[in-house]
Design a protein. Structure first.
Lengths: 182, 182
DNA sequence: CATAATTCATTTGTATACGAATGATAGGAA
DNA sequence: TTCCTATCATTCGTATACAAATGAATTATG
């Protein structure tokens, strides 16, 4: 994953930074004000509004960086969503498409495409539920089951690399706050 | 925004919870283990891998919840990305499309569509750069400029609502950790 | 049992989001 | 000036992601 080049006055996108090794030093990034004095167009009575300090903007950037790290390491060529689906199917054993979607917070229209692509990769299988004519039961193929262990290991490495800019105690706090937020 | 109904053993998606008022009590959500004992298919020598504890998964859910809150309150019918673009154009005055994309960490292919849709809404204007035949200069229309103040106010309310599950001190810590992460 | 409500899978439409490629333009180097 | 490189805007392809609607099947309700 990469994005076009940048000039110094813009955000250094995640793909432009090495994500291969754990970094202890943090280069200048999105939180550094893009515009020196943000309040330029804000009247004197308005409170300053900084996009770079908004939780939604930061969440989008953090998610973006995580996706870059995931894709860089995902030798198995799965997207984060496909990865989540695989992990959940392994946990559940077998379930319907809509149920799988709820297990990973993906809606019915989206999970359809995710499952289709996992089927194309021969990682999951679909069969009609004999007890419910509406349902298609999803389960892992033997090939899919074979990959679960390495998927979990890969997922752990991606998480570690994503959290690398934080100290160990900060990582725990971040996860805790995110769990409270979701 | 909404998603299909859920059974109790699945994630309660953000759209199913009221986001209109600030909540002090937190209902059971994604962080509650979806599967009681996750390690079912993990061999005894494998460390437990919990999807619900992975930073990427939590970031996706947090981003998802923020988007729901944003859309619920976005009376101006802007997406979060369109909103970010408007704020940045107001700060920058005028800039090229690619430059705007870098200012909000959106690649050239994506910013094209974002700007197109803002043009359709008559919020921004495009004109050829007289000094550089490659560039299209983006600027706010008078209508766009008129909306900036209410956009900033709306953005602040969305951020507040998103952070509502956290105590004030926790909110500052979360923003700090996200800034370190990005 | 018969009807109503729900659930499931699917499709269509819209909007990010990124990779890759392309043609036009600009700027620096030989 | 010529060539090389970089940048810009654009297009195509793929993949989430959600709203809304649909038809089929199931479950709940009267």
């Amino acid at each position: 994953m990469s994005l076009p080049g940048q000039t110094p006055d813009t955000i250094a996108l995640p793909s432009r930074r090495p994500v291969t090794e754990v970094r202890s030093e943090r280069p200048a990034r999105a939180q550094d004000p893009v515009v020196a004095e943000n309040g330029a167009r804000t009247g004197p009575e308005d409170p300053p509004y900084r996009l770079d300090d908004q939780v939604g903007y930061l969440l989008r950037l953090a998610n973006q960086r995580h996706t870059v790290i995931f894709q860089d390491r995902a030798i198995l060529a799965l997207t984060p969503t496909q990865f989540s689906a695989m992990i959940r199917i392994a946990e559940a054993g077998s379930c319907s498409q809509n149920h799988l979607g709820r297990l990973i917070a993906v809606d019915a229209a989206t999970i359809k495409g995710v499952v289709d692509r996992l089927r194309t990769k021969r990682l999951v299988r679909l069969e009609k539920d004999p007890n419910d004519g509406r349902r298609n039961l999803i389960s892992l193929t033997p090939q899919g089951r074979d990959r679960i262990r390495s998927l979990r290991a890969m997922g752990q490495r991606v998480s570690d690399a994503t959290l690398a800019p934080l100290r160990p105690d900060e990582r725990a706090v971040l996860l805790d706050l995110l769990r409270k937020l979701v």
